[in-house]
Ligand binder design. Structure first.
Ligand code: HPA
Length: 256
């Protein structure tokens, strides 16, 4: 398998289903769909589960990532629906994530909680794999309008949206988009030595930002079209196999 895709809000299937693998991890059982794309097979799961039944702060991030690793997958691309804190990024835009800010509270953030699992620290200078970002940038060139830009993701605890004052703070921190799921997903991938990268789809302007005059329907219109663009972009980016030779993802452990 060349890799796997994790879908978020508005991205519930990846098409061409071959079979479903039920993977029993130490953190729970995860159903991973195996899909065909060209000559390759890819894994797919939606982090919120069937029918969007799991809220962001309760997603079983550890089981999801572990299940992909147990299937032998080394490359993971994720989609996230976000609010925009950057006036240049408007509804429907696809944003390639380059860095992240953790503004969550009380989530279980690591596989290494002391005791039997030990204490480990991981390098996060490149939270989103540089190889995968390069691959997606190249793929997007043939799929206009491609990415609107690159951006920094700020993860809120949710499930409520931010206040206007919080959005002003996130902007001062350097955040471009705000969502509720990329922490701990991105860092758990790093702990497992997986290459991970993510693309955000702007589905609303964040609280207090001027709203663009576009529809907010997931089921129809602009957002649906953007989700379809995202789906094609992620699948096509995993069409050809990738190695782990030109990034630090499989070697991010910081020696103590
Ligand atoms: N804030 C946090 N998460 C989100 C938003 C938002 O404005 N839009 C979609 N997910």
């Amino acid at each position: 398998m060349n890799g796997a895709i994790i879908g978020g809000t508005g991205f519930y299937d990846a098409g061409d289903l071959l079979r479903t693998e039920s993977v029993e991890t130490p953190f729970g059982t995860v159903d991973v769909e195996i899909i065909r794309h060209g000559d390759s097979e890819l894994g797919f799961l939606n982090r919120h589960g069937k029918g969007h039944s799991v809220p962001p702060h309760k997603v079983n991030y550890k089981a999801n990532l572990k299940a992909l690793e147990m299937l032998g997958i080394r490359h993971v691309l994720a989609g996230t629906a976000v609010g925009s804190c950057n006036p240049d990024f408007q509804n429907g835009d696809l944003i390639l994530l380059t860095d992240l800010i953790d503004n969550t509270r009380g989530r279980s953030l690591t596989y290494f909680d002391g005791g039997e699992s030990g204490v480990k620290h991981f390098d996060m200078s490149d939270p989103y794999c540089r190889n995968l970002r390069k691959r997606m940038s190249e793929t997007a060139k043939d799929q206009p309008p491609g990415f609107k830009g690159e951006g920094v993701y700020c993860c809120s605890e949710g499930p409520r949206f931010e206040t206007a004052a919080e959005v002003r703070m996130i902007r001062q921190w350097g955040g471009d988009v705000v969502g509720m799921t990329n922490v701990p997903e991105a860092q758990l991938a790093k702990e497992l030595g997986l290459c991970y990268a993510a693309v955000s789809v702007v589905v609303n302007m964040a609280t207090g930002m001027e709203q663009g005059a576009v529809d907010l329907e997931y089921g129809d219109g602009l957002i649906k079209a953007s989700m379809q663009r995202l789906r094609k972009l992620l699948k096509d980016s995993l069409m050809a196999p990738l190695d782990q030779d030109h990034c630090g993802c499989s070697n991010a452990l910081i020696p103590l």
